[in-house]
Design a protein around this ligand. Structure first.
Ligand code: GLU
Length: 596
């Protein structure tokens, strides 16, 4: 068995405990390259703990996709900040050091649990389509869908960035430190510079579009159009200036005035695909506080983001369909476990693709989809032994489908980021944010990249003569798969925070992490290390280069069409067990857990 394959089954703590630090680091870094498109980052300094070693804490914890971001979150928690405060500080740093994934130019979803009130709140900072958006905006002259990347780069797919308005709203509700304090770590790092992480370098090196966009090329590439070297110090004075202005003036300055006009001008005068965004679109943007989507699962209540994300409803459906199965009796990632979970997954994705889009535009039967009686009926459609063909959507309560066509969102990009925080009072944040594809639209303004989130709309606005639920329309939010999740026990305390990047595979990653921690009782790091499998109502995908490959013949014998593929999740998990917090940072990315 190769080191890489052993790594995914072995626990890193064991490696870290028995080996000298430098050897453990080398093993972990080598192992991190399994099936991933980009190598993981080296520790930022010699005294940096070995990444992916589990971190245990008594009081508070943050797990994020980059050590500088986790440090910023911890700094704020130590200063008495709340979970929301720490999430904002960490997010601002992520926009600098992991700019290909998320930032001011994108959107996200933040799930919050207040220990004092018991309330779980879902904050929606999803991008919106401009007023000039049309259902056919991603069709070519022949009326056929454009190729993905042809549509994704440049101004056309840029939605109104919602991240900052969402963070402002969450801060008004749950912030403890002043807004401006939360920007200090990111401003400091943008001015002083940070070493280019290997993952940022690798993604810039393989990106074929950056060179076509002057500002981005100058920032990420050298004069020969090669990606700037790993470890080279990168400063970002424009971002330091943008962050300073936002810190001093508030989020509004981003949506109206000079900053907004610069953003609009970059989109409308893009080198490629000039876009339709206007200053009025930015001014009109509103973040939304929504009711979370929750499901009782065994002794827990699991809550996630409601539509316009399909992520949590679909994840919860998978668990709800499996609720009567004795998953705890199955070996983690065994043949029976993979079969059952992928069968449930097919049914849930069939519903997702049919029913879920922006609830402000179409009636989404969220309650019906999570209704216990409906889920029992759906569970009866599972085949315990042999894989049946493609699943059809069910009929969940009232509200309904416009169109029973296949849904979009089949790609897995290399961007998006997830962070989890629990503060000393037990308040928790689970937040996933994104600029969609790696480097988003590739347009840069004010030191940050703009999203291409509108490509999450269906490119085809109609199927069989009926409008698709997720077609582009003015002011509409494209359907997402992001699934920030919190798990509460019977006392109302948060016992798990989880979430991941991964396009439409996010759902499979998050569902697996929940089953791993809740049913299989794995630790936080073991949970994120588990090799992945998904079925998006199509083929059964197994993570390439892992022991799951060995299950392929048996699954094929049960009727699965199997594909081996890299699966670059970025699960960042916190578990609370026996009064202690433990963090799990996905070895497939650069993340780390920090806590005390
Ligand atoms: N744009 C995707 C979504 O909202 C996330 C992209 C990714 O994770 O790769 O579902």
């Amino acid at each position: 068995m190769s080191l890489e394959r052993r790594f995914l089954l072995a626990s890193i703590p064991a490696i870290a405990r028995v080996a000298p630090v430098w050897l453990a680091a080398a093993l972990v870094l080598g192992a991190c390259q399994h099936g991933a498109e980009a190598p993981a980052a080296a520790p930022a300094s010699a005294d940096e703990p070995v990444r992916s070693a589990p971190v245990t804490a008594e009081s508070h914890m943050v797990v994020a996709a980059n050590p500088f971001a986790a440090d910023a979150g911890l700094e704020i928690l130590k200063a008495g900040g709340s979970a929301v405060d720490a999430a904002i500080a960490a997010q601002m740093v992520l926009g600098l050091v992991e700019p290909q994934s998320s930032g001011l130019g994108g959107g996200g979803f933040l799930l919050h649990h207040s220990a004092a009130s018991g309330e779980v709140a879902a904050y929606d900072g999803r991008e919106t389509a401009p007023a000039a958006a049309t259902p056919d905006m991603f069709l070519d002259e022949e009326g056929e869908p454009r190729r993905f990347h042809e549509a994704a780069v440049g101004g056309l797919a840029v939605g109104v960035p919602g991240l900052l308005r969402m963070l402002e709203m969450a801060h008004k509700d749950h912030g403890r430190l002043p807004w401006k304090d939360l920007f200090v770590p990111a401003i400091r790092l943008a001015m002083d510079g940070f070493p280019i992480p290997p993952r940022l370098h690798a993604l810039a090196a393989k990106d074929g579009y950056l060179r076509a966009f002057g500002t981005s090329a100058a920032y990420f590439l050298d004069s020969d159009h090669n990606a700037k070297a790993v470890g080279e110090t990168l400063t970002n004075q424009p971002l330091a200036k943008t962050l300073t202005t936002i810190a001093e003036t508030g989020a509004g300055v981003f949506y109206e005035g000079d900053m907004a006009e610069d953003l609009v001008s970059v989109v409308r005068h893009a080198e490629v695909n000039p876009g339709r965004l206007t200053a009025a679109d930015l001014k009109a943007y509103r973040a939304k506080k929504r009711e979370p989507a929750c499901l009782s699962y065994r002794i827990w209540l699991i809550c996630g983001m409601p539509p316009p994300s399909s992520g949590s409803v679909t994840t919860l459906q998978i668990l709800g369909i499996l609720r009567n199965e004795d998953l705890a009796a199955l070996e983690p990632n065994s043949e029976d476990a993979v079969h059952l979970i992928t069968e449930a997954s097919k049914l849930a994705y069939a519903d997702r693709d049919t029913y879920i889009a922006d609830p402000d535009f179409i009636p989404v039967p969220t309650a019906g989809l999570l209704d216990p009686g409906y889920l029992v009926l759906r569970a009866k459609e599972m085949s315990p032994k042999a894989m049946r063909g493609k699943a059809f959507p069910g009929m969940p309560g009232i509200g309904g489908a416009w169109n029973f066509g296949p849904g979009g969102g089949g790609r897995e990009g290399y961007s998006t980021t997830h962070l989890s925080v629990i503060d000393k009072d037990g308040n928790a944040v689970s937040m996933t944010s994104s600029i969609e594809q790696a480097f988003g639209s590739h347009l840069m303004v004010g030191g940050f990249l703009l999203n291409n989130q509108l490509t999450d709309f269906d490119f085809r606005p109609e199927r069989g003569g009926a409008p698709t639920t997720n077609r582009a329309e003015p002011g509409k939010r494209p359907r997402s798969s992001m699934a920030p999740t919190l798990v509460l026990d019977e006392t109302g305390e948060v016992v798990m925070a989880t979430g991941s990047p991964g396009g439409a595979r996010i759902i499979g990653y998050v569902a697996q992490s929940l089953i791993a921690a809740l049913d299989w009782n794995l630790g936080a790091q073991e949970t994120v290390n588990l090799p992945h499998f998904t079925n998006r109502n199509w083929v059964t995908e197994l993570e390439q280069g892992t022991d799951l490959e060995d299950l392929a013949p048996a699954l094929e014998a049960r009727g699965h069409e199997v594909r081996l593929t890299p699966m670059t999740s970025g699960l960042h998990v916190i578990l609370r067990r026996d009064g202690k917090l433990t963090g799990g940072a996905d070895p497939r990315r650069d993340g780390i857990s920090r806590g005390e």
